[in-house]
Design a protein around this ligand. Structure first.
Ligand code: DP6
Length: 413
C-alpha cells in the first residue's frame, strides 16, 4: 500500500525480446517522422537463448524525470530523444487502469499513469564487439516492457508494432515470433497501417536454422538510418526495387514459407540481400557494408549449393559485414563443418568461445565433409586467416517477447 508521495509505489515489469534477421530487406524511409518504409520486408525472429535484450520498465510518482540506463550506464538525455518518446508516450496512451487482484480496488487509474515518470533499464547479450544489430531487440523489449507495465491494450491489431517501428523500423518485426512481415502501409494518412504481421509462427517451420558468422570490421559502419536516407536521395535502383521488385518477392517468400520450400526461400533471400547491397553501391557516395570476408562467404555458399545440386544454405547480410546463413536442421552440421574448415578457430581449446553451441561443434568436428565437395571448393575457395571470422552463433527461429517477472507493486522507493 502506498503511503502518499513520500514513499510511493514503484510499478515494474521486465521483458526479454528477440532480434530478427530480414530475408526481404527494409531499406529506405517513406516518411521519416513516422519512420515508415518504402517497401514491405520480412524476417525470421531468432531464438532468445543466446541473443536478446532484457528491459525493466518502472513507473512511480517518486520519479522526478524519465531516465534510461543501457547495460548499466545511464544515457543522459536519451529519454528526451524522439525515438524513446514515441515508444513511451505511444504505449502510455494505450494504458489501462491497474486493479488489485484481491481487493478489486483501482490501484492506478489511466490518468495516474500520465502523472508518473518512468525509469528504463535495459541490457543486451549481444557482444559489443560482434557488431550484431541490437536495436531491433532493444526497442522491441522497450515497447513490450511498457505494454506490461501500463497494461496497455491495442485499439487495432498491430498497434504496438506501429509504436515499436518509431523506435527503430526493424524492431516492429521483433514483437512477434517466427516469420514476420512488415507491411509498408501508406493508405492511411497517420500510417497506422504500417505494421508488422506474423506470417507463420516459430513452430511452423522449426527445421530452419541460422548460422551467424561474426566478421571482424575495423571500420566504423554507416548507421542504417543515415545510410538509407542517402540511398533514398540518390539511388535510382532503390526506387526501382521498391516499386517493381519487392512485392513480387514478398509473394514468393510467403508462399515458400507456407510450403516449407527451402529452395525458393533460400534463393529469394540471397537475391534480396544482393540487391540491397547493390542499392548501397548505387548510393552516391557508395556505401560498403560487405567486405572481402563477407564476399568469400557468399562464394563458399554458392559453391556448396552447386555441389549439392540444391540450395542447402542461403546467406543474408545487413548493414555490416556479418553473414547470417539460413539452412535446415538436416544440413546444419555439414554447414558448420564447412564454416569451421574455411574460417578456422585458433585452436580446439578456444572452440568454446568461438562457437556458442558445444554439442554442435563436436558433431561438426567429427563430420566428414564429402571429398567431392572439398575438391570442388579447392579450386575457388581459400581457407581464410584466423580472426577473419570472430565468432559463430548457431541458432534458430524463436518466439516474440517474453515476460520475465509479473508486473509487481509494493516495492518501496
Ligand atoms: C539492413 O531498423 O536499424 O537491417 O528504422 O532507421 O532504426 P531505423 O533502421 P533499422 O534498419 C535495418 C535495416 C536492415 C534491413 C532490415 O532489417 O530489414
Amino acid at each position: 500500500k502506498a503511503d502518499g508521495n513520500t514513499n510511493p509505489i514503484i510499478h515494474k515489469a521486465t521483458v526479454s525480446a528477440p532480434t530478427n534477421i530480414a530475408c526481404i530487406k527494409y531499406w529506405g524511409k517513406a516518411d521519416s517522422h513516422y519512420n515508415t518504409p518504402i517497401n514491405d520486408s520480412l524476417s525470421l525472429t531468432l531464438d532468445q537463448s543466446d541473443l536478446r535484450a532484457v528491459t525493466s520498465a518502472s513507473a512511480s510518482l517518486a520519479f522526478d524525470k524519465d531516465r534510461l540506463w543501457l547495460n548499466g550506464s545511464e544515457e543522459v538525455g536519451a529519454a528526451s530523444s524522439r525515438r524513446f518518446r514515441a515508444c513511451v508516450d505511444g504505449v502510455r496512451a494505450l494504458a489501462t487502469e491497474k486493479i488489485d487482484p484481491d481487493t478489486k480496488e483501482v490501484i492506478v487509474s489511466k490518468d495516474d499513469w500520465k502523472k508518473m515518470h518512468v525509469y528504463i533499464a535495459s541490457y543486451n547479450t549481444f557482444p559489443t564487439a560482434a557488431g550484431l544489430a541490437s536495436s531491433a531487440a532493444g526497442y522491441a523489449a522497450l515497447v513490450a516492457a511498457l505494454v506490461e507495465l501500463f497494461g496497455a491494450k491495442e485499439s487495432y491489431p498491430g498497434e504496438f508494432t506501429a509504436i515499436a517501428r518509431q523506435g527503430s523500423g526493424s524492431a516492429c518485426r521483433s514483437l512477434y515470433g517466427g516469420f514476420v512481415a512488415w507491411r509498408a502501409g501508406g493508405e492511411k494518412s497517420d500510417w497506422s497501417d504500417s505494421i508488422a504481421e506474423q506470417v507463420a509462427d516459430e513452430a511452423h517451420w522449426g527445421e530452419v536454422r541460422a548460422v551467424i558468422c561474426v566478421v571482424s570490421d575495423a571500420k566504423k559502419e554507416t548507421s542504417s538510418t543515415a545510410g538509407m536516407s542517402t540511398s533514398v536521395a540518390t539511388s535510382e535502383l532503390l526506387a526501382f526495387r521498391a516499386k517493381e521488385v519487392v512485392s513480387k518477392r514478398m509473394k514468393i517468400i510467403e508462399e515458400a514459407i507456407k510450403a516449407k520450400d527451402f529452395e525458393a526461400f533460400g534463393k529469394v533471400t540471397m537475391m534480396d540481400s544482393n540487391q540491397f547491397h547493390a542499392t548501397c553501391l548505387d548510393t552516391y557516395p557508395p556505401i560498403f557494408y560487405m567486405n572481402d570476408v563477407s564476399r568469400s562467404i557468399v562464394q563458399l555458399v554458392h559453391r556448396y549449393n552447386d555441389w549439392a545440386g540444391e540450395i542447402r544454405a542461403a546467406y543474408t547480410f545487413d548493414a555490416g559485414p556479418n553473414a547470417v546463413l539460413y539452412t535446415l536442421d538436416k544440413h546444419v552440421i555439414e554447414l558448420l563443418a564447412l564454416v569451421l574448415k574455411y574460417y578456422p578457430c585458433e585452436s580446439e581449446d578456444l572452440m568454446g568461445d568461438y562457437v556458442n553451441n558445444k554439442d554442435m561443434v563436436s558433431k561438426a568436428l567429427a563430420f566428414e565433409l564429402d571429398s567431392g565437395l572439398l575438391q570442388a571448393l579447392e579450386k575457388s575457395c581459400n581457407i581464410r586467416d584466423i580472426g577473419d571470422v570472430k565468432m559463430v552463433y548457431c541458432t534458430k527461429g524463436g518466439p516474440g517477447p517474453q515476460k520475465m517477472l509479473a508486473a509487481k507493486t509494493g516495492e518501496r522507493s
